[in-house]
Design a protein around this ligand. Structure first.
Ligand code: DGY
Length: 324
């Protein structure tokens, strides 16, 4: 039986499905992923989580590896160059988590704009002493401008939700998106125009070193002083310390974060601020979505180990196959 390494526990149904066809090794029961890979060097598939760095050394420690099935849509944890060099297929889980992640981005937009978490804390602390005209005043979404940075599947799903809240949507994307402009009427603007005009900025770009700290101190300084910043994409897209600075000085109204630069670490100053809502990377965290993601990794492993092309290869692999 071919050997498959699963980095951490996930959907029981997916585990059962894997066990039917493969010898399944659970890395958490084998001293963690690097130790497990050394011990089971004959493994042919690895199911990794976004929290697992799958670097060159790890790939090299599995000489028979044929596929890395990443249990996430983002795959910046995987050294893609190393995988391509070794001809190890890499797959991810697009589409199935789009709606769940868009819901969470919208939840953060609402929570940060309307001070939902501060209100909850106030009530729990016994500090609600009756209705007051000036209590926890927030920002209205209706009529405000939402700037989507990265108009992919998730960005578009957030934009559609925001429209139902009466927001005007503009977006920034590296390439033109004529269909999005034509079909939905969302306007593509330059990054600078977006940053300067948006009342809410929501980040939906994949991470790559080229966009490290895209949201730097200088960029935050260009945003409206009463803007809301939301990041459900990847932590290193923003300079967390710079964000803490502008929030502490009330140079932004609020922020909503689901991701951090060095997860699970969160900037200490951010944790002490009231005007930021902090979530523990819950973008795709619904039972149904996580189950679908897990089943996609199972399918990817089954396809790859049967010598077929997995359906959800990462774009770099699709590009390589196109060239052939
Ligand atoms: C992903 O799949 O990349 C998300 O960040 C998971 O929540």
């Amino acid at each position: 039986m071919k050997k498959v390494i699963l980095a951490h526990p996930y959907s029981a149904e997916a585990v059962e499905r894997l066990r039917r066809d493969f010898e399944l090794v659970l890395a958490d029961q084998e001293g963690g992923l690097p130790a497990c890979c050394r011990r089971h060097a004959d493994a042919e598939a690895l199911i990794s989580f976004l929290s697992d760095p799958v670097g060159r050394d790890l790939v090299a420690s599995l000489p028979r590896l044929k596929v890395i099935a990443n249990f996430a849509v983002g795959y910046n944890n995987v050294d893609v160059a190393a995988a391509l060099e070794r001809r190890v297929l890499v797959t991810h889980t697009p589409d199935v988590l789009t709606q769940a992640t868009a819901d969470l981005a919208m939840a953060l937009i609402l929570a940060a704009s309307r001070r939902v978490v501060e209100g909850d804390a106030l009530v729990r602390a016994g500090d609600f002493h009756g209705w007051q005209a000036g209590l926890l005043l927030g920002k209205e979404l209706n009529g405000s401008v939402l700037g989507i940075v990265g108009m992919g599947r998730i960005g578009l799903a957030v934009a559609q939700r925001a429209r139902a809240f009466g927001m005007k949507v503009v977006f920034y994307s590296r390439g033109p998106k004529p269909q999005v402009e034509r079909k939905f009427g969302f306007a593509r603007v330059t990054f600078l125009e977006l940053i300067r005009s948006a009342d809410v900025v929501s980040l939906h770009l994949p991470y790559s070193p080229g966009v490290h700290h895209l949201f730097s101190h200088d960029v935050f300084a260009l945003m409206k002083r009463d803007a809301v910043f939301v990041n459900t994409a990847r932590g290193p897209l923003m300079d967390e310390a710079a964000l803490a600075d502008v929030l502490a000085r009330n140079e932004l109204f609020a922020a909503g974060l689901d991701v951090y630069e060095e997860e699970p670490k969160v900037n200490d100053r951010l944790r002490k601020l009231q005007n930021v809502v902090l979530l523990p990377h819950l973008g795709s965290a619904t039972g149904a979505t996580r189950r679908r993601m897990a089943m996609m990794t199972v399918e990817a492993v089954r396809q790859a180990l049967a010598g077929r092309k997995p359906k959800h290869l990462i774009p770099e692999w699709k590009e390589r196959l196109k060239k052939k």
